[in-house]
Design a protein around this ligand. Sequence first.
Ligand code: 26V
Length: 820
Amino acid sequence: NAALGRDRSLPTREGLKRAFLDHLLYTQNKSLAIASRNDLYQALAHTIRDCMLRTWFDTASSYKAKHSRMVAYLSAEFLMGPYLGNNVLNLGLMDEVKAAIAELGLDFDDLANQEEEPGLGNGGLGRLAACFIDSLASLEIPAIGYGIRYEYGIFYQTIIDGWQVENTDKWLRYGNPWEIQHAEWSVEIKLGGRTETYTDDAGKFRVRWVPEKTVAGVPFDSPILGYRVNTANTLRLWRAEATEAFDFPTFNRGDYLGAVSKKVTSENLTKVLYPNDESDQGKELRLEQQYFFVSCSLQDMLRIQINRGQPVTEFHLAFAIQLNDTHPAIGVAELMRLLVDEHQIVWEQAWDVTRQTFAYTNHTLLPEALERWPLKLFERVLPRHLEIIYEINARFLNEVRIRFLGDESRLSRLSLIDESGERYVRMAHLACVGSSAINGVAELHSELLKRDVLADFYAMWPEKFTNVTNGVTPRRWIALSNPRQTSLVSRAIGNDWIKDFSRIKELEPFADDAGFAADWQAIKRDNKIELAGQLLQRTGIRVDPDSMFDVQVKRIHEYKRQHLAVLHIVALYHRLKSDPNLDVVPRTFIFGGKAAPGYHRAKLIIKLITSVGDVVNNDPAVRDRLKVVFLPNFSVTRGQRIYPAADLSEQISLAGKEASGTGNMKFAMNGALTIGTMDGANVEIREEVGADQFFLFGLTAEEVYALRARGYSPSDYYRNNAELHAVLDLIRSGFFSRGDANLFAPLIDELMHTDPYMLLVDYQSYVDCQGEVDRTYRDTQDWTRRSILNAARSGKFSSDRSIRDYAERVWKVGPAPVSS
Ligand code: 26V
């Protein structure tokens, strides 16, 4: 033990080396001489995990002893990114660990790159959950993240012949050193079947659920260590397994194999993450996944409450549950079922407890993304919950009747059941009725929710509504991913900004410091050189680190308008072809992002990007002044390389469509200037960093509504704008598709006939604005100054600020530091 330092929790450099070699032998059973890179990674991961276990254990004990009110963050997705680097950073051991590994003749980054990231999320919503869980721990707020341990996360994307091809994500292939399975806290989950009434011992009339099948939920825990604090919260992800008596009737008939095959079916529940980030209506397995993890989590919380010797009627004092979108909204009905059916609490009291427990965050304004379940399907999977929802609805609609007497249309608009055609259960309505707080994720988004999507609920309960603007963790998104900028900033203003990101504003005076600016610029260049290496390795395309890196990385979706950026590229190309000596700033356009596998239009946008790239990148007339690169498999890991290397951040969604965006914040913190619309959090970014640091274009949300109301005719724009006309014709002609005039026809025809995301309206404004970007970039010193100011004014966009907002306004919880 002496060799390990005080113990494995606080190792010295020698202790780290010793623990590493021990794990190599005792965990991987290898020697340095024969170990694979994966063996070395596993040994290092176990060494670092050991450093966290004491804190993790102490945190749990402290919460238990103090009966701290806990935040339970319920999310179907946690897009955590690789753990190793982040854990070393938060332990404050980066320099020591790097040195220890180097003394063994190994390279830390090389080993860290072996980690397969747990891609248990689609995009913004899942990554937000991961940033929030980091901030909760760093702010020492008692919290637990509950979700699903998908065996296959978001698919692995490759590009073949310019098209997206999906491959399975076998992230658990080599085991996961960051989790501990707790079979002893397994719970049982019912599904399907019917309900029946009975009279209990006290002669009371009750309902019970007779399920068709049951599955077991087994928790897998990972420690979530705060940055440089003695708090390690828990991320608890549930895996579905067959119950002990998996299928007795079949088994007893002697059909052992038949019974075991049923076991396989139960385990399908948590097999795969649904890869659609906006809508996936009516998939039975998806509803089962949602119910499964929510019921597991609520039963777990009730177990903890009872274990602490506290009454279930005080559940809301012990837990504040945040619903990350409507995916866990079934929790409202499930908590009612648990309290009323299983703990025999009277309805009115159970309802008070439930409403005081839940709060709901909405993440989208797109109508197609609002979850609703066909009533028939819902009844088949959750018969008891449907009865409970009817009861909640009946009581709620009575409340509406008293408030708005005679207003029949309001009743049908507010009802938890959509009865306008085929009947549906409306999950957002269940979430609103069952919650004490409702929030959007950026100022504009929260305003539009009140005015539009949730207007009737706002009329009922204005006091429930609030805004909490999203944020991202400066630990992963600066300190870990951009070490060069991190040390430069810390040399200038000390390192408190990593904990208290509002202090990044102390950087502002350095915008006019020539020496600092030169260093800032050199760092950006080094980051670009590194990314250029990755781009070459992964795509074979060579790019110039001295060109402007113009980046758009996010899920591919029509509303995000990646194809608007393509129209601009084609316009530039067209200009260069007509005037080969035209003076343009050399630019590298970098795209990355996944398309939902069934979203053909999005997949065609990827094909368009790669096709335009093939032509532009290889046309000698362009003389390398334009390059277009599609980096495959955009992920947290890839993002960590990309944001630090960007000069320009593309945030060009149609105003009123992007709820917030969080990539926009990561770019800004890393010094990229934004070109964007007045959408989502862009509005607040522009307000904070100043109009000089934000290239604004396009309609406002108001203007979008007004134009739509007037009647929008895209063909007018096509006819009246010669360059736009030429650009669309060129793509439509087959010029970028080896003469195949059919390939991009669906995309171009849509733009010319309906253009639901108004690309043609915003086209000229966007291209003009890009001209302004071009002119600004020519003055390197001025650009660098703006880049520094931009980063210095991004303090609002730390997820620590978001979490403080939730803690004060929604959860009413404070820090509960764990003594060491
Ligand atoms: C919907 C569905 C439908 C079924 C299949 C799986 C699935 C997964 C996610 C979603 C909801 C998508 C909503 C979403 O991701 N919203 C994004 O949330 C970010 C964090 O608040 C925000 O920054 C983005 O603007 C918003 O699009």
